[in-house]
Design a binder for this molecule. Sequence first.
Ligand code: PMV
Length: 320
Amino acid sequence: MKSVTAVARPSLAFIKYWGKSPGGPANRPATPSLALTLEGITSTAEVCPSADGRDRVVLGGEEQPERRFAAFFDTLRAELKTDLRFAVTSANTFPTAAGLASSSSGFAALAAACATLARGQRPDDALLSRLARVGSGSACRAVYGGWTLWDAGAEAAQPLFEAGHWPELRVVLAAVHEGPKEHSSRDGMNSTAETSPFYPAWVADAPQLLNEARRALAARDLEAFGQAARKSYQRMFGTMLGADPPLIYWKPASLSLIRAAEDLRRQGLSVWETMDAGPQVKFLCTERDVPAVVEAIRQVLGPEGRWWVTQAGAGVEVRL
Ligand code: PMV
């Protein structure tokens, strides 16, 4: 096999993973997360055997530092019992490392392409999910399409509902700032766990928020789902604010967009925002309310602002 290409979409969590389980295999979460894989933006990874015996990753035209990928490639080789070294060319159709979940789709595509190249055929999704997790926790969810669950302590995610479960839902991603974020989620999680007095409460509270969201998702109850999602992201940022030094990913426009979502709710629309380790704001709503959400984003970000309208998407695809 000369080369393998894989395409993956980002996994956006509505119940958030923030904090790692101590000890044991890397990147197992302290909190359960529930997420949707998004159609509309993608990461692609093309992989062939490396000619010079070194793993190489070129992302968006730029050669990446080897140490960022070392644990991932070493685990992959150990799991698949191969000595192969990989040369990867990867690209995203959206800003990288800015809090738009590019690491979830990036590592899902990378794991699928490399593992397929090493095996000579596509491995099962459970193995891909486990491998992708080592690169970036949220990537284990992006292996699957639709709605996914990643349990606290688990080494892989599991599919909950297919992409067609809630067809009228849309997610509008608003890019407040397109540069890379100031703190990686890895560093942010570690400093929160080590220094925030709120962290134990965040971890203890997470399972009941997950249950709320799961029930609402099964019933397709947007109001209840949105409220659970809002609590999850706000409490995640609450625990970060308690860190020393405090961790603040928001920009002024992030808060303006949160206020805009509140205004839309006051007008009777069911629009629910969420955020990740970056300043971007993501709006969950029905297809009918997308124009109102886009108009609100335009009001805050002005004519230069960028946004993407997405919906439930497919899991990782491999092209041989
Ligand atoms: O997968 P990571 O290490 O980039 O962490 C993702 C963390 C959040 O996006 C904030 C939450 C989540 O569950 O995706």
